[in-house]
Structures are given as structure tokens and as C-alpha cells.
Design a protein around this ligand. Structure first.
Ligand SMILES: [Zn+2]
Length: 252
């Protein structure tokens, strides 16, 4: 059996047979990795630490016929504040689920790995979940080449000012002549400024942005619609978040 090493972030863990677990990692070297781990439910398991979500670990894996197997793990960093606070946990889970469902095994994006690492660390250090998760969501879309087009009309290409109507079907802002959908979102100068801040600032500096709640909510809505339409994903954690922080999942 061939073995390989990878540095990975634990995204999701589910029970398998008995004390076995199936874990989904996002790794720097291999992109998404799904692996089965044995003996995790037993006391003294050496793998248990790395199978806590929001953990960064060095992994030793063996390729299997159906699924790879986790054979050794060394925890590098555990972001243990995230699961202790329900809002942080909700946004962290959203980031993990988005990564797990939007990426493919064997398609590494080292910059996306680094982005996830830094955004989760910032969340663990008390950063605002809505801001951090939105910044990460737009970053993920960038890395996958699926960013919303906001600098010009997404239909005809005419330059615009980043203000106007966003239509998910068009993939971005559309000019007055190209408007087709009544199901649009209005983007105003405040949204443009906030989005600019989200996309320009490093995760550790996102704390300095103080958005209006309504503006943040509108950008989160845009992000969710874009993800739903262009990645075909409705995230389970969205429902949890909207129960947690009110309609459409902003709050704070
Ligand atoms: Zn147009």
C-alpha cells in the first residue's frame, strides 16, 4: 500500500463501522481527502485529536482501493474556541461544509488551503463570524474561478461602478439594458465598499471593518445565491445559521 503525507484541516467526521470514522480533510498537497480511521472511538486513540473538526494536523495516509486510510496524525494546531461558542461554531461549520462540498479530491489549491487556515484561525481568535465566513466564501469562489462579476455588466461586459443589480443567473451585476430577472439584489455604494474591504483585507484585519447589519446581510445573501446557482449547493449549515442569527443569516 502506498503511503503519503499531507497537512490537512479536518472538515467533517462521521461515524462508520464501530469505532471507525470517515473524515474529510482539506489538505495543502492533495486538496480534499476522505479517509477512514480505525479505533477512534476507543480510549487512548492516537488519531482522535486530529479527528476533531477545526484541527490542523500532519497526516500520514495509505491509499486504499475504495478509500484512503489515516494511519498516523500529529495535531499542529487545534482551534478549540470555535466549537465552544455557538455563533463561531455555526460560521466555522459553514466554511467547512462549503469547502468539503465545493472542492474535489486530487485537485489541490494550496492558496485556498492557506486561506481556510487563516480564516479559521481568525475565527478562533474571536473574529466576527459573518465577516470572516463571507470573506472566505468570496475567496473560495475566486480560487475556483467562479467569482461574481461586479466590475462590469455580466451580460454585455460594459464597465460599471460596482453598483446596481446582481442577478445570479447572469453571474454578477447587470446594466439597465441587460436586466432580465425580477429576482435580483440591489448593490449600493455601501455594499461595494464593504465587499472591497472583505476582499482586500487579510483575515486578521477583518476586525477593523464595522459593517451595517443590513449591508452585511445583503452581501451574505448575494454570496449564498451565487453559491447556490454557480456551485449548485445549498448548505445544511445555512439553515442552522439562519436559526441562530435570524433571517438570512447575518446577525452580530
Ligand atoms: Zn449589460
Amino acid at each position: 500500500m502506498r503511503t503519503y503525507t499531507a497537512r490537512g484541516i479536518t472538515l467533517l467526521v462521521r461515524r462508520f463501522r464501530g469505532s471507525e470514522r470517515i473524515a474529510t480533510f482539506y489538505t495543502r498537497e492533495q486538496g480534499k481527502v476522505e479517509a477512514v480511521a480505525s479505533g477512534v472511538g476507543k480510549p487512548g486513540s492516537k488519531l482522535a485529536g486530529a479527528l476533531e473538526p477545526f484541527t490542523l494536523s500532519d497526516l500520514l495516509l495509505a491509499t486504499g482501493r475504495n478509500m484512503d486510510r489515516l494511519t498516523q496524525a500529529q495535531v499542529v494546531e487545534a482551534w478549540h474556541h470555535i466549537p465552544q461558542e455557538v455563533t463561531a461554531f455555526g460560521y466555522g461549520t459553514w466554511m467547512a461544509e462549503l469547502t468539503a462540498r465545493a472542492t474535489e479530491p486530487g485537485a489541490p489549491h494550496p492558496e485556498l488551503f492557506e486561506s481556510l487556515e487563516r480564516h479559521l484561525r481568525a475565527l478562533d481568535q474571536g473574529g466576527k463570524g459573518a465577516m470572516i465566513s463571507a470573506a472566505y466564501g468570496f475567496d473560495l469562489l475566486d480560487h475556483l474561478g467562479l467569482s461574481p462579476r461586479l466590475d462590469c455588466c455580466a451580460r454585455c461586459g460594459q464597465a460599471n461602478t460596482g453598483v446596481g443589480r446582481y442577478e445570479a443567473e447572469a453571474g454578477g451585476l447587470v446594466c439597465a439594458a441587460c436586466q432580465m430577472s425580477h429576482h435580483h439584489l440591489a448593490l449600493r455604494p455601501g455594499h461595494r465598499a464593504l465587499l472591497h474591504g472583505l476582499r482586500r483585507l487579510v483575515p486578521e484585519r477583518l476586525q477593523t471593518v464595522k459593517p451595517r447589519e443590513a449591508e452585511m446581510r445583503q452581501l451574505l445573501l448575494l454570496l449564498r445565491r451565487h453559491i447556490a446557482y454557480h456551485l449548485g449547493l445549498t448548505l445544511k449549515s445555512d439553515r442552522f445559521l439562519s436559526q441562530l442569527v435570524g433571517a438570512e443569516g447575518s446577525g452580530e
